[in-house]
Design a protein around this ligand. Sequence first.
Ligand code: NOJ
Length: 673
Amino acid sequence: MNKLLTMACVLFTFLFTSCIASEKHYTLTSPNDNLILETGIIDGRPYYSIKRGNEKIIDTSFLGFTFADGAFNNNFRVTGTNLSSFDETWIQPWGEDIEVRNNYNELILNLQELNGKKRKMSIIFRLFNDGAGFRYVFPEQKELSDFVIMDEETEYNLPFDAQAWTIPTNGTKYYEALYTKSSMSAKDTVCTPVTLEVNDSLFITLHEANLTDYAGLNLRVKSHDHSLESNVKLITSLTPWSTGEKVFAAAPFASPWRTIIIADKPGDLLLSRLMLNLNDPCVIEDTSWITPGRYIGIWWGMHMEKYTWHQGEKHGATTENTKRYIDFAAKHGFNGVLVEGWNLGWEGDWTAKGNEFSFTHSYPDYDMYYLADYAKQKGVRLIGHHETGGSALNYEQQLDSAFALCNELDIQAVKTGYVNPMLDHKELQHSQYGIRHYRKVVETAAKYKIMIDNHEPAMPSGLQRTYPNLMTQEGVRGQEYNAWCPDGGNPPSHTCIIPFTRGLAGPMDFTPGIFNFSNTAYPGTRPQTTLAKQLALSVILFSPLQMAADMIENYENQSAFSFITSCPTTWSKTIVPHAKIGEYIAIARKSRYSDDWFIGSITADEARTMELQLDFLDENCSYKATIYADGKDADYKNNPYSINIETIEVNANNTLNLYLAPSGGAAISIEKM
Ligand code: NOJ
């Protein structure tokens, strides 16, 4: 860890631009001077605006709240400011890069109401080279011990009407929806991350960081505000409790950070670590037990209706079947086997009666103690599965005993699930209720040294920096939709969009790697990709725990399988050579374990040839590249399995011309010789 500068030095411009009775303005610049944030008060109302050079990014936007006892958004005076600068580089135990630079200039604006209760609030602004973050802080004070936030009124006044990729807040369960592109002004209320393409050199993503005891963020499009010459005004819309309140708080208290990534090109959005930097440093002292890796699972078989979760003739999680998976994992070097449907409670509509799930009792045909020994002998770890059916309380009551059992069985990772639109039939996943529950699970898991893969989560916000045992989360329309969704599966553009939207919120458990597209249970539904694209997704869609999703029999004797078994899930460096949101993307990642590189390139419906310069390889070194690319006759609709696998010698001066078929891709491993 390299701590370069501390909070003490102030190296940036801080301009006190005017001071009349009701107005005070301050200017903060990013470390490289490219971004300029202005803040202060206008008529007693706190505001901010952001420019990139002379270009307006966010026009004057007001900040504040409505509390249960009235407005907390005006009548303020500035009581003081605090300036600092920060620059350090920290190491990720796993991730897309090993080193993360956290470099920002900070301005704290201290405010107090002019009259009435004279309550205090501070707003902390941090300006990075790649965007901004700000949060509200409520210091301890007599007049604000307990308070209830009915609305957060943070505005984002966009001086343009950009194209935006979003999913709607209402009617979207667990963020499992297709992102649509349309003018921001035409949207209603949307989930964050929201990604805007303003022009060829301006891409913006709005989201949040460090959501730990608050309500999840949504953005509502408000009407055109002529007075500010802005085109689209977005306003914060927090996820409510069932009783209508948004947040119950007690000072001292801090809101999550509101984040604004500002990038010249789409690929740079993916390289921003601003959200992680706005989370607290790791609190787990010894992280050696946190082990990324690739796993297989008794999983796709259930979604294809070959197996059932509940016991009976087609029960997937039997002792025999699990042994088969353990043997396969041992043979092919996977370090985990997920077993779904091992525990009591899956009969009937389990989504409606999650209270019946036991996380300590297995079905009689699943011998958990025998299998724990068997897996140990084979050097494989079983991955636990805790589907709660949304019964958070039932799960919380069993958390300690369930994790203690995992310890006993040498299970180090657990996939949790919450398939019910409401937690405990009442509260939304991304309400403060849900946020508190998920955090409790991650913290308790850390005590038991358990890694978590959370399905049906609240939208991630970077908590994995603090708790790196929070490995990955769903919150995305994943591979399972290619098993049973009546619309036929995820369209070809889907995986060219989610890296720039949901993917910016953190690792996605999408589960790539289906090799057999036939589907007797739901004819017509299948991966809308070529086989080579399925391989490439293992690189494109970052997840430190990643499943090779197909049934193991579908991997037997498949030469393309070697890409999956060789591809790591944690990286020392990531670059994005090509990207156009919704159309194509290429990502190159350097392994954490060696000098080898892995590349994924994918396209949506349109076939294309992608030129890939290998100038990121070390100079004067030779590498062996194994290229898994679409055959010339490949086509996701009619000929998805056509794949060419070739091995060539390459170096940093070479350029590869990769043919990508309609909804096709290329996956490449580059081994240093
Ligand atoms: C939904 C999850 O996304 C899926 O992976 C899991 O198999 C089912 N719930 C059952 O828990």
